[in-house]
Design a binder for this molecule. Structure first.
Ligand code: SF4
Ligand code: SF4
Length: 132
């Protein structure tokens, strides 16, 4: 649900320095219809979200199955949020490398280890942080 361009994070979960590219992921936007719920938004914020993306009961984003209707593209390859600047607060709080991110990525079979660490050529001084 983050889906910013080139987000990177040091949130817990994927280890220090974890980096994931949200625009080539989108897993958290296609994980559960229960995730993109409205919570702390005010009426002004909610009124700016196009009605076609809002659930019939107005409790959150409209989903097609587990996938948010505002998500475009192919999960794990190239994705975008159609209302990025207007997205709900829950989407803003899902950070790359955090627990929710890793849960969603795992469900889609996407790597949950820091790609930079996976690229570590050999153990050595970095053995404590290198993933292989
Ligand atoms: S509103 Fe945007 S960021 Fe939030 S779940 Fe939908 S596609 Fe993802
Ligand atoms: S699952 Fe993680 S990496 Fe993927 S879009 Fe969401 S926050 Fe970004």
């Amino acid at each position: 649900m983050a889906l910013a361009g080139g987000f990177s994070s040091t949130e817990e979960g994927a280890g220090p320095g974890a980096t994931f590219d949200c625009q080539s992921c989108g897993a958290c936007c296609s994980y559960s219809s229960e995730w993109p719920r409205f919570s702390t938004e005010d009426d002004v914020q909610l009124d700016r979200i196009p009605q076609k993306y809002v659930a019939a009961d107005e409790s959150g984003m409209r989903c097609d199955g587990v996938r948010c209707s505002a998500l475009s593209g192919e999960v794990g390859k190239s994705t975008a949020c159609g209302i990025y600047d207007l997205r709900p607060d829950v989407c803003r709080s899902c950070m790359p490398g955090g627990d929710d991110c890793l849960l969603a990525r795992r469900a889609h079979g996407l790597p949950t280890s820091d790609p930079a660490l996976l690229a570590c050529p050999s153990p050595g001084p970095l053995v404590d942080t290198c993933a292989r």
